[in-house]
Ligand binder design. Sequence first.
Ligand SMILES: Cc1cc2nc3c(=O)[nH]c(=O)nc-3n(C[C@H](O)[C@H](O)[C@H](O)COP(=O)(O)OP(=O)(O)OC[C@H]3O[C@@H](n4cnc5c(N)ncnc54)[C@H](O)[C@@H]3O)c2cc1C
Length: 201
Amino acid sequence: MIFDTLIIGGGVSGMQCALVLGSGMKKPFASDKNVGIIIHQRSSHLQNALFNNVLGLPSGTLGADILASGKRQIAENYPEILQLEKEKVTAIARDSDLYKVTTNKCEYHTKIVVLALNYANPFTIQGLASFLEPHKRANASKNRIQLKHQDYLVKEGLYVCGTLAGVRSQYAIAAGSGASVATDILTLWNNGVHTKIHDKL
Ligand SMILES: Cc1cc2nc3c(=O)[nH]c(=O)nc-3n(C[C@H](O)[C@H](O)[C@H](O)COP(=O)(O)OP(=O)(O)OC[C@H]3O[C@@H](n4cnc5c(N)ncnc54)[C@H](O)[C@@H]3O)c2cc1C
C-alpha cells in the first residue's frame, strides 16, 4: 500500500495531526486517502510530564496517560488511520515521486511525510542532515535542534511539526503545530481551498 500521508511520531504534535486529518477524512476530497502514523512513544516528552496549564486537560493529568488515551482516541474516532506500533524510523529518502520511510522493521512508501518529532539531539534519522539547524526557541546550552522549514513545509511533500519545527516546548504550541500541518494537507487535498474541520451540535 502507498500512503497518502504517513505521520512519524506518536507524541503531542503527531497525535494531534492524526486527529485533525482523521476528522477530515469524512470529506469527499479525503475519503479515499490512506493515512498512517508510526506511533512510537518511548522517547516522547510526555513520558514524564504532568500538566496543570493546558486548557481542557484536568489539572494533574499525566503525560503517560495521554500517550495511551491518544492512541485510543484516534482508534475509536478514526479507525481508518493505520497505527503502526513499536517501530522506529531510521531513514527517509525520496524515491521517484514518493518518500521511502525505513524503520527498524520494514519500509513504507508515502506521498507526504509529517515529521512530528521532538527537538532531542542527536537526530538519528538519515536523509535529513541538510535541513538540521540549532533550535531557535530553546535554551542554547541544551543543544536542541530543529529542521529548516517555511510554514512547516521542509520541501515538497515533507512537513515538520512539534518541537522539531522550532516551536517552544509547551503542549498547546506543539499540538497547534500538528493541527496546522493537518489542515495544510487537507487544504492541499481540497485543491487549495482553505479547509478546517469543525464538529457541531
Ligand atoms: C518533564 C516534562 C514536563 C512538561 N510539562 C509541561 C507542562 O506542564 N506544560 C506544557 O505545556 N508542556 C510541558 N512539557 C512539554 C510538552 O510535553 C512538550 O512540549 C510536547 O510533548 C512536545 O511535543 P512534540 O510532539 O514536539 O514531542 P513529543 O511529545 O516528545 O513526541 C515526539 C514523538 O516522536 C517519537 N519519535 C522520536 N524519534 C522517533 C523515530 N526515530 N521514529 C519514530 N518516532 C520517533 C517519540 O517517541 C515521540 O512519541 C513538559 C515536558 C517534559 C519533558
